[in-house]
Design a binder for this molecule. Sequence first.
Ligand SMILES: [Zn+2]
Length: 409
Amino acid sequence: MSDYWIVGARIVDGTGKDPVHGPAIHVEGDRIAAVGSPPSGAQTLDARGLTITPGLIDAHVHLGLSSDINPSLRRELSVAELAADMFDNCGRTLDAGFTTVRDTGGIDAGLARAVSSGKVRGPRILQCGPVQCQTGGHGHFAAEWEPTADWYDHDIPGLRSISLLSDGPEQMRKNVRETFRRGADFLKLCVTGGVMSTHDKIGDTQFTTEEIAVAVTEANARGSYVTVHAHNNAGIRNAVHAGVACVEHGSEIDEETAGLMAAKGVALVPTLATMHALLEDPTQAGLPAGITDRVGTVLQGQVDGLLASRAAGVKVGLGSDLIGANQRGRGRELSLRSGIESPMLALQAATRINAEILRISDKVGSIEVGKLADLTAWASDPLHNPEVFGEPDKVALVIQGGRVVKDGR
Ligand SMILES: [Zn+2]
């Protein structure tokens, strides 16, 4: 059992309090047992010169899309190669300082189990299994010529499951029950068009309020919740009225919608890093170049929606939404948010707030006695230079549940 004191570091505890220098963190078993001074003779871990934050949480990842997108959907990559890319991505995510992620679509519960059982290095994974979408909606990434009946042939049972198609409340009920049967922790529905889907428009609404409400009822019956992929206000309002707990992207959120979300306690997870990555090079994710037309407007819209949501008092988390073979820049989401808000707010969004959105704030998200010892130590202070958040080389130490899982000191 782990029993040691981390000494000499500057501590930013994730609650929003000013950084402190001096106290040591006592790790006992998988928990933070104390913050204070070590007794003489205690085993210590020397963290002099490092800045320690809670382990980061990415609330919007796609570990199931860890290879170039189009080749992987076209079956040009073997199952072994796809799995290797996913395992590699899990390890890189941990090495970038992320000890927990929420997978918002594409994996099977088997990947989460492979990591939680210790067979694969990676962050703690909460996942929704396949995304719920309507026929032809966002999440149904088939070419127009491909018969819808063939869509599930893209799934790889036990590894990858992209989406389930529902048309009508009863089909939704069956599909979300099936999703929970397969081990999902929560549900994700696509309620508007998206950037990646080429046969719908960003302005489209998808699913009726009635269909969304069925998913909410089924999730609530299991003590779980629904989050939604949503860009436009009409789709977001449908979802909020149906009782969802969280909105992803939110690139058109106006004052009125933000006010409605705040009143209903609905959280927002903006996703900026993926938009920047696509703007810089759409082909790096294996996507067609034409996709950039949609990206620019969505990016600025998300920044505006984020600010409107903040002003209205919405809980705002943080997610990278990276897809494709290169997901190294996950922490860049915090650098980008630092530029819009502040490094401290970005850090809080990626720790305490995301833990609340994931409903695990009793366990992780801050450096407090009794919480799991999930900690990230940075070689230079990311609050001083927020670019550091996006540089895995600057992550000197990662501790997950009391165990040192990366030591780059
Ligand atoms: Zn996504």
